[in-house]
Structures are given as C-alpha cells and as structure tokens.
Design a protein around this ligand. Sequence first.
Ligand code: FES
Ligand SMILES: [Fe+2]
Length: 458
Amino acid sequence: MSKIDNIDVEALAKPLTYPTEAFLSKDYALAEKEKLWPHVWQMAARVEELPDVGDWMTYDICDESIIIVRTAPDTLRAFFNVCPHRGRQLVDVPKDVHSVRGKNRRSFVCGFHGWTFDTEGNNTYILDPQDWQGALNAECTRLSDVKIDIWGGWIWIHMDLNAEPLIDFLGDAGRILSHFEMDKMRYKWRKWVVYPANWKTALEAFMEPYHVAGTHTQLLDYGDYYAYSAAYGLHGVSGFDQRDPAFQMSQSSSVTRAGKGDDPRRSTYELIRENYETLNYAASTETLVNAASRLVDELPEGTAAGDVIAHWLKSAKADDAARGVIWPEIPPEVMAEAGLAWHVFPNMSVLQGITFALCYRTRPYGDDPDMCIFESYAIERFPEGEVPVTEWEETEATAEGWGAVLAQDFSNMEWVQKGMKSRGFRGPLPNPHQERKITNFHRNLATYMGTGAPRLLK
Ligand code: FES
Ligand SMILES: [Fe+2]
C-alpha cells in the first residue's frame, strides 16, 4: 500500500475538500484495478444465493471474475475464473449480465481444450499430460484460490490469500452491526442497473441524510433530517441527530424514531409509512408499519415521544414474535452507536434496522469512470417458510422500478457526475458534521490509491 501524507481522523471534523479525480479520471479508474480492488475484502453475494452443495455463481469486479461454489453444506470456496492452461475464462461471463450461476455443479470443464477441475479447484483431467515431460503438478494445474469468508449473511472475497481476517477488516462496523443478526435476514427484493455515474458518485448519494431536505423534500413533512456522521477506521456511520439533546434517545438516530409534529402517535406512523411506501417497501417492515398505525388507538393523547416509540417497538416485537420472528436483543448503547446507516469500505452501504436492512453496492463498469453497476436490495427477517423467492432484476432507474425516493436519488447522481467536470467547479465542500462519512471515504481511498487525500479548506 502506498503511503501518502493524509489527514488524521480528528481532522475530519474540520472543513475539508478533496480532488475530483477519483470520480472523473480514467487513469484513476485504471489504477483502482491495481491499488484498490485486489487489496480489500469485497462483499460478493448473500449466503442464501448458494444454499445447496454444488450451487455456484460468478462475482465480477473490473477485469476480475471469481467463481464461488458451495462444496459442502458448511463450506464455500472461491477461485479466479480462469483456466490455468492458456487462460480461457472458465465460465463465460458476458457483458451486461449480473452474474452467471447454476446448481448441481461437480466439475468445471474448460471450453478450449477440455481441462477439467473439481469444485475444490483440483485439476482432474488434462489431455495428453505426458507431453509436458513431468513438469505439471497439482499446484500449477489447479485453479487459483481466492480467500473467502462469511459475515452478516454475506459472502466476502479477498484476492490476496494473505489478507487480514475479514473480521479485522470490518472492525467496529462489524462489531456493531453483528448485533442486528443480518445473517438471519433474507432478500425481500434485489435490483440492479448500469447507471451513468462513477461508482463513488453513486454510492455517496446514499451516505448522508444531508440531501434529504433538498432531494426528498416531501419527507420534511414527516421528520427532521439533521444528521451526524462519524468515521470508524475504514468505515463510517451516519445517524439522525437532534439539535436539542433533550430529544436524544437510543432509537433517535435510527430509522425507528419519532416523527415530526405535535402528536407523536400520529407522526411516528406517518413517518414510517411514508418512508416504507416510497422506499420500495424497504427500510422498515409491514409489522412495524402496522404497529405504528395502532398507536393512536393504543395510547392516550399527550403521550411523550419516548414513550410512544417504546410502546411501538414493544408491540411490533410482540407481533413479530407471534409469527415466529424473534427480534435480537440489542443493548440501547449499541442501538445508539449504530445510528442509521453504514458505509462499509469501499463500495457498500447498509441502512440497518432490528429486523431489516436496505443495502447498496456499486461497482465500476468496465474502465469507464462515468459508469457504474448500481445495486440495491432489501433484506428482512421472515418467518420460516415465508421467505420470498427473489432474483436479481435489472431495473431501469425510474420511480416505477425503484420507488419514488430512490428515483429522486437517481435524478441527482448522473448530474453530479456531469457537474463535477465543469472547470467552474472548485472541488467538493462536504459538510464537516453531516458528511464526514464521505471525507473519511476519501481519506481511506487515498491511502490505497496514493492520491486524492482530503485537505483543509483553509
Ligand atoms: S485454456 Fe483451458 S483447457 Fe486450454
Ligand atoms: Fe436519498
């Protein structure tokens, strides 16, 4: 990893700026292939995508393609998708497919000369091996291994077999988010689209609630969106903040908080319902929305906001328990620290709740710094036997496809990408309190890339 002069984490509280090359430069995009992606843990898929032995799929990042296969009920393996003979991609991954996948796989046969590999990556067949005069061995004819691990119900890969353990890479983000037991959640829906913005431009559209007032104006009727943000090493968090500390409580930084208005029984319901319906039925659950709808009947007028939230969560928890969805017990101080949403370096965002999460991932699209693969999905805890069947759906970036709120985000990202190219743009001026997650992202990116470090505005 290249070392550069970089700001320390305390400086993130100060007014900063950083260059736009990370979003716009072709050279920077090419350099990411060497300096970034091979050196980070990457979330490749959900474990639920490969439930049975023999299930397999590809995960692609830039020029690299990786095959992930379930080799035993409790074992997944990953290999670079390349035949060691003359380098044919073992599984063809056409441009513009989300991933290639299948079931019941016992071996991979190369389409060029027929070399064959078992799901452990061992070579099991070579035509005319004697021609190599004994030079071939098991080592040089097997598939190249990729490091693989599981956390939070996600499959993670690292191209470097000597990489630090995943749990160390995740650090405090992993420690805090583990409480939400996301491994017990399952896909509710999953969508992807090739979108005209750099993968960082796209991801950063979901890193701060500072944009809610300007972008999702309709939500201001229901809640306040003042936010804090904080760095946790490589990763970062943001949460709703109170200008008045008297209103602070363990839930108030998360999505399950009181709404705005004189009657928190009504406003809490209105806030959660509006969020749920316009966020493509994510960032909450049916149970929470239904329990909120009853607040006005179950609580007397004048109930304080804190008591409304406590009652709401208690009754939603009981409703869920009755249908077999048992909530994890999350200590209040963890709930408070968990905030609203996490950036998991480099390209993942998770907005978490007790029984649900709304997640984003962005990846480069070829070598084009102006394009990305944008993915979003909702996961939720379902009763046994009620997990919906989902697939990756390629979905045009419209309100019909993604819901009104995401469409509003889409309506910025492309134009941020364009605007940043202007010679009239002097560089980003991120909010030192509310957009620290973003400056922390660039602080960390710079340590990998050797360029692009944030600097003090003055
Ligand atoms: S390239 Fe795979 S068998 Fe020749
Ligand atoms: Fe947004």
